[in-house]
Design a protein around this ligand. Sequence first.
Ligand code: NAD
Ligand code: LMR
Length: 324
Amino acid sequence: MKDPVRIAITGGAGQISYSLIFRIAAGDMLGPDQPVILQLLEIPQAMDALNGVVMEVNDCAFPLVQDIVATDDPNTAFKDADFALLVGARPRGPGMERKDLLEANAAIFSVQGKALNDHASRDVKVLVVGNPANTNALIASANAPDIDAGQFTAMTRLDHNRALTQLAQKTGKHVTDVENMIIWGNHSATQYPDLAQCKVDGKAAFDLVERDWYETDFIPTVQQRGAAIIKARGASSAASAASSAIDHMHDWALGSKGIVSMAIPSDGSYGIEEGIIYSYPVRCQGGKYEIVQGFELDEFSQEKMKATEKELREERAAVEHLLG
Ligand code: NAD
Ligand code: LMR
């Protein structure tokens, strides 16, 4: 058996975590031969609920779970963490945009960035799920100067998976037949789900679907899917968010099959401003991700990519005071 790894999860008593923790404990994130120590963080008022979750994890008798820490102290939760899934934050309600959460949630990520900086493994892989995820990841990273900024990522894998299903259903194929899906930019209504490079069963997606469907149905459906779920469920997506968080961390740690979308610090690729946390097409191998270069971008794509970049710059300006 391998040595256990330490996985910190914030918001351990919340909706997403109620699915996420059990799937990680079952080995879905890091494989069936990787023991785990779960380090769960909550706010003091939610510690009773978190202890209930711990009781349930214990009651599953998961072979891979070596220990569980439940705490309301970020310094304890992030101690020696190899992986950190930052889920704990307020979700939006009907009629809100995710950036409306910036004020309520931003402070959480400066505190947690500092705690990661002081206590986590230097190689910690951080995934921010709490919204607005891209800018929260920027805040956490800015408050963790001793950890490589590239270790801070935000989740657009849910958008990527949503886009795979929309296209597969439209073309009567399976999600596993779709290659080169890309989500560019922000996990928000300005994100750009791009089919220009996409293939279905080896054929160009643009040869299989109408341009009109792409522009007036596919793109807005993916952009607005989070809001559609809030409207239908009365609460934001939870099990699908957990599943996508597992996909993101699994692929980062163990390698991706082909291209996946991850929001990562821009290095200036594709003309996007360096430093903002922008979703790119990446390939993962050996515990590292790499931006896939060389895609040709037409005017339509460039405009959409700039619009979502602009929103990320505005979000960054709104939290300048938290960026250290
Ligand atoms: P939830 O309200 O059910 O759970 C959030 C939990 O976080 C609560 O238990 C709360 O007590 C806890 N929490 C709040 N502040 C905390 C802090 N400082 N430290 C630790 N824990 C803290 O919400 P949820 O449905 O689980 O969603 C969590 C976040 O994830 C929301 O911001 C939501 O918008 C976001 N989300 C993102 C994506 C994505 O694709 N990136 C998808 C779905 C949801
Ligand atoms: C989602 O995309 O489902 C989440 O970001 C929740 C939301 O607010 O839409």
